[in-house]
Write a protein that binds this ligand. Structure first.
Ligand SMILES: C[S@@+](CC[C@H](N)C(=O)[O-])C[C@H]1O[C@@H](n2cnc3c(N)ncnc32)[C@H](O)[C@@H]1O
Length: 279
């Protein structure tokens, strides 16, 4: 039996509405930031931390790279020189999962999300300086070399081949011009650099799929109601349906200039991790 397409035929399938434009996405995340982290934890039954660790592990950014030293016949191992972009860093949940030795830049559309990330990272890593008040404003922790900046995935304010890895958690489904974002990610990734992008996806197992949809029809709206942002949380918990298939995402990544693309489902396909290497 093929999957039903329209809402009329299938009472528990969600309409595949287009992803809202960036201005609306920015406003929505600005509005829900206060309870965003708790919402994520509740809705993922605490699994989000495990999924974020999988992103970091798969990108191998914590693994020292070995380079030969031609003068002394010695090899040097270095993980500290790695530069990583946390795309759509939100409140910094993925940023703090990264090893503290890495140079990290977190970018996000939402200023309020970034301010929360700033607070969280300051508590975690010590004081950050700077502010977001002008176009190129950012928060910076010089010692750890972590920077946070307001920017769009469609127009990344970085030179070509800046990053050894680009990571993101739960951002893909919010991108209405996904190919443009993938092209930008490819542009700023060094040749041989890795990407690891994770988001909620439609489970492939039909039983899991039914359970997943029922869960997001009952629990998510209740949590959203309690949080006072019913529509935003309803969008967030259902927007996985806006992602194209895993195969299509891999093809889009290949089109942007990535090779060895893989899609690894976790927890029965509730989330999928997309990995690839820049050509
Ligand atoms: C669901 S949150 C995930 C935040 C964080 N990565 C995490 O793991 O909790 C999605 C984030 O992506 C950001 N975002 C959405 N579209 C974006 C875009 N086009 N460019 C940059 N950030 C974007 C939102 O502002 C939001 O903070």
């Amino acid at each position: 039996m093929t999957k039903m397409q329209s809402t009329e035929e299938d009472p528990i399938s969600f309409p595949k509405t287009p992803t809202p434009p960036p201005e609306q996405i920015e406003k929505m995340f600005d509005a829900i930031v206060a309870r965003y982290d708790i919402f994520n934890t509740v809705l993922s039954l605490g699994l989000e931390k495990r999924w974020r660790k999988a992103i970091v592990r798969s990108s191998r950014v914590g693994v020292p790279s070995v380079s030969a030293n031609s003068n002394s016949n010695l090899t040097t191992r270095s993980a500290t020189s790695k530069r990583v972009l946390d795309l759509g860093c939100g409140t910094g949940a993925l940023t703090i999962t990264l090893p503290p030795t890495i140079k990290i830049v977190g970018i996000d559309l939402s200023r309020v999300m970034l301010e929360t990330a700033h607070k969280r990272l300051s508590e975690y890593h010590g004081e950050y300086s700077g502010d977001l008040s002008n176009e190129n404003g950012c928060y910076r922790n010089e010692k750890l070399q972590v920077g946070l900046s307001q920017a769009s995935a469609y127009e990344l304010p970085f030179a070509d081949a800046t990053f050894d890895a680009v990571l993101s958690a739960f951002v893909l489904r919010n991108l209405h011009e996904r190919q443009t974002a993938f092209d930008e990610v490819a542009r700023v990734t060094k040749p041989g650099g890795k990407i690891a992008l994770l988001d909620m996806t439609e489970p492939t197992n039909s039983l899991m799929d039914i359970g997943f949809k029922v869960y997001f029809h009952t629990i998510a709206p209740l949590v959203g109601l309690a949080a006072g942002h019913f529509n935003a949380y309803r969008y967030l918990s259902r927007s996985y349906a806006q992602l194209p298939s895993n195969e299509q995402i891999c093809l889009m990544l290949a089109k942007a200039g990535f090779v060895h693309t893989t899609a690894t489902p976790f927890t029965g396909g509730v989330v999928t991790l997309f990995n690839a290497t820049r050509l």
